[in-house]
Ligand binder design. Structure first.
Ligand SMILES: Nc1ncnc2c1ncn2[C@@H]1O[C@H](COP(=O)(O)OP(=O)(O)O)[C@@H](O)[C@H]1O
Ligand code: SF4
Ligand SMILES: [Mg+2]
Length: 351
């Protein structure tokens, strides 16, 4: 269960550099902070996992970077540099040109990418032709080749089928083919395997892993599942209630989590070998609603290590290992970090 160690070292100039990203939405006459001061970098040909429970702000972070939030009154601050170009505040027309050509996104449900009324081949052809002046015949040749590369059997015939005629796994492959049709440098994959059974999930993850070699792509992999992170990601960013809890190389973070929340997420991965426990440990409670975040550490109400200092102010990210940072007071107090796979399913366990 380790990320692909044969991956190239990310280049020093990042493909995407997100700094201090904040997103808030208006509600009931006030602004609700959903994403707060999120920073990360994604190198060329790197796969970065954005992980956290449902509602932690993963999709909002990605949609903000992609310029896809159009809710009235939304406030997005901070910076997202893509190859040096600022995406925050970019004019919608310029953002649209970047999307599809340089940055593409895939979702949990491929039916959000395909319309039911045209064949998948026709839709991929059109996507290619929207960005490049090539003939329909040339576009179809590229579509068929891409579908084949994505592991779609008999791609020529499959291209002539309608989305509902394909299995979930095949639809997901077709969506990845469409996303890659213009060779984007960055692919954002938002829970791409959540709706699939485990065998198909493993195949799709293998496909995503191979994209850096076949297409030179970097991937931002959004998931609630640490198992998916372990299978695919070079580095990991753990979000909790809209804030970064921990970030670092996946192998380091998995071996020595620096934040009790990361440790709890790791404890909820099903074991790969040995007997499967009847119930996996889960983290008791739920993340706080954005307006109900405690004054200090947002994880405090669920943390077995919580103490007075945690309740003063949100803990800043501090270094806890090589290229690893955690937003927790334990490291600054010289206290031991949570052991790997520590189950914190109960409150009040002694630190
Ligand atoms: N357009 C919006 N307006 C107001 N609140 C939103 C909007 N989109 C998402 N949210 C809220 O932001 C929070 C984070 O959502 P999301 O990013 O979808 O979480 P995740 O992808 O991690 O499951 C949720 O509480 C959600 O209700
Ligand atoms: S700061 Fe305190 S409450 Fe938050 S994770 Fe660390 S020990 Fe737990
Ligand atoms: Mg989401």
């Amino acid at each position: 269960m380790a990320a692909d160690m044969s991956s190239p070292t990310p280049s020093p100039a990042p493909l995407l550099e997100v700094r201090d990203l904040c997103v808030s939405f208006p509600s009931g006459g006030r602004m609700i902070p959903i994403v707060e001061h999120v920073s990360f970098t994604l190198g060329e040909r790197e796969i970065l996992g954005l992980v956290g429970e449902s509602g932690s702000g993963k999709s909002v972070t990605a949609m903000a970077v992609m310029g896809l939030i159009d809710s009235p009154g939304v406030c997005i601050t901070g910076s997202a540099l893509f190859r040096g170009q600022e995406l925050v505040g970019l004019a919608p027309a310029r953002m649209r040109r970047l999307r599809g050509r340089q940055i593409a996104m895939i979702f949990q449900d491929p039916m959000t990418a395909f319309t039911p009324v045209y064949t998948i081949g026709w839709q991929i052809d059109e996507q290619i032709r929207a960005h490049e002046r090539i003939t329909r015949r040339q576009a179809r040749a590229r579509t068929v080749r891409l579908l084949g590369e994505m592991g779609v059997p008999d791609p020529e015939r499959t291209a002539n089928r309608y989305p509902h005629q394909l299995s979930g796994g095949l639809r997901q492959r077709a969506m990845i083919a469409m996303a890659l049709s213009c060779n984007p440098a960055l692919l954002i994959a938002d829970e791409p395997t959540t709706a699939l059974d485990v065998t198909v999930q493993a195949q799709i993850l293998e496909l995503v892993r191979s994209l850096r070699a076949t297409h030179g792509s970097s991937v931002l992999m959004i998931t609630h599942d640490m198992g998916v992170v372990a299978e695919t990601c070079d580095s990991t960013l753990v979000l909790y209630s809209g804030r970064v809890a921990e970030t670092g190389p996946t192998d380091v973070l998995f071996a020595h989590p620096g934040h009790p929340y990361t440790a709890a997420l790791l404890a909820s991965i099903p074991p790969l070998d040995g007997p499967r426990p009847e119930r996996l440990p889960t983290i008791a409670g739920t993340p706080p609603a954005p307006l109900e975040r405690p004054v200090g550490c947002a994880f405090g109400p669920r943390c077995a290590y919580v103490h007075e200092r945690c309740r003063i102010t949100p803990p800043p990210l501090v270094p806890v290992g090589p290229a690893q940072e955690a937003a927790c007071v334990l490291p600054t107090e010289g206290r031991p970090l949570p052991p790997r796979n520590m189950a914190i399913a109960t409150h009040g366990a002694p630190a």
